[in-house]
Design a protein around this ligand. Structure first.
Ligand SMILES: Cc1ncc(COP(=O)(O)O)c(C=O)c1O
Length: 385
């Protein structure tokens, strides 16, 4: 297989591993690198998964996913958006990453062009190149306030593009596309027959005063829209490896063929356990978002109080993407210095695109006292810049 440059080691893992090694050597490490919710998986999911194991859900499931779970997912989209969603359009996969990759593998053909918004989720370029090594990635850079140059993006959405990959709310910026932007992207994609892969994994972690617009709202996109989502972030289920895609039937058929030959199916008892998500009120999410919001307010004040960092408060999720141009360091060197001098693990901006080498990403999915400690260590570093 051709391993293009894009299929490199994930920088988020690289720094997490370096931090892990230092911790094993006895250093105090503050982990603001990997994006993992710090709350517990809801008890009802654990119980339902245990019950599924006890009740014999320990064999293969249909490759596309348990009909019961697919029906619940489709029902949720019908209830939230419009009546056109049905279970045949849903495929359950081992994680949202797997859903995005499998969608790309199902639709991409040699030399296809993929529009990718930068900064992007670390794995998107690798996923594109693994799915189709000859694919051309057309990066569209956000502006320095993380807003979209909509006019420029629309100019890129021409007939020669196969798909656009979007992640709103976004990792790493925490920003969301506006309703008008979503609408304009849908119109341009429908006009030029471009697939939209909308990764909406952070849609439930939106701060007060903001509203997320899902691509699912637009019925006219249904022949081209591939929604990817799951429970990793909203229900702290990163270790369950469970996600799904809701896509046009022809795409699902191809994704299912890939699944049959690569995974057979997604873990059966975990799928059964996940059905409980649709039978219980997600009360924990409100509490968690309130906590995240408190932390983000704190972190934003702290970062903008430092001489060497400038940040912008996100609208959703648990990441904070900050400008470190003042340090005159590239993002890798900055993250190494931060780790070595303070024990704080972060992720270099370059992981999210070559244009973002003067940025650093912090995860705020840690308790407030951890953030307080991190902020005080970062104040001490001020003398070095
Ligand atoms: C945008 C985005 N998509 C997908 C994922 C991965 O989700 P999963 O763990 O379900 O594969 C993440 C996790 O960081 C993410 O930020």
């Amino acid at each position: 297989m051709h391993f293009s440059n894009e299929v490199g080691e994930s920088l988020t893992y690289k720094f997490a591993q370096a931090a892990g090694k230092m911790r094993a050597e006895g250093r105090e490490i503050i982990s603001l690198g990997l994006g993992e919710p710090d709350f517990q998986t809801p008890e009802y999911v654990i119980k339902a998964t245990e019950t599924a194991l006890e009740n014999g859900f320990t064999h293969y499931s249909p490759s596309q996913g348990l009909p019961e779970l697919r029906e619940k997912i489709a029902g949720d989209y019908r209830q939230r958006y419009h009546k056109d969603f049905n279970a045949s359009q849903v495929i359950v996969l081992p994680g949202i990453k797997s859903a995005v990759y499998t969608a790309l593998a199902a639709i991409l053909e040699p030399f296809d062009k993929v529009v990718n918004i930068s900064p992007y989720y670390v794995s998107y370029p690798a996923m594109i190149k693994l799915a189709e090594p000859t694919a051309e990635i057309v990066n569209v850079k956000l502006q320095s306030d993380f807003s979209l140059d909509l006019q420029y993006l629309l100019e890129q959405l021409t007939e020669d593009k196969k798909c656009i990959l979007l992640n709103s709310p976004n990792n790493p910026t925490g920003m969301m596309l506006t309703k008008d932007e979503v609408r304009a992207i849908v119109d341009a994609c429908v006009k030029n027959h471009i697939y939209i892969i909308a990764d909406e994994v952070y849609e439930k972690l939106v701060y007060s005063g903001y509203r997320h617009t899902s691509f699912a709202e637009y019925e006219q996109a249904k022949e081209l829209l591939i929604l990817t989502n799951g429970y990793s972030k909203s229900h702290a289920m990163t270790g369950f490896r469970l996600g799904y895609a809701v896509a046009p039937n022809a795409v699902v058929v191809k994704m299912n063929r890939i699944q049959q030959h690569v995974n057979t199916n997604t873990c059966t008892f975990i799928q059964k356990g996940a059905c409980s998500i649709y039978e219980n009120e997600p009360v924990h999410i409100k509490e968690y978002v309130a906590k995240l919001e408190q932390r983000v307010d704190f972190w934003d004040k702290q970062m903008n109080g430092l001489s060497y960092i400038r940040g912008r408060k996100p609208q959703a999720g648990f990441f904070y993407f900050a400008d470190i141009s003042e340090t005159k360091m590239d993002s890798n060197s900055f993250c190494v210095k931060l780790l070595e001098s303070t024990g704080i693990a972060s992720t270099p901006g370059i992981a999210f695109g070559a244009d973002w080498d003067h940025y650093v990403r912090f995860s705020i999915a840690v308790e407030m006292d951890v953030l307080e400690r991190a902020a005080s260590l970062m104040r001490e570093l001020e003398k070095d810049f």
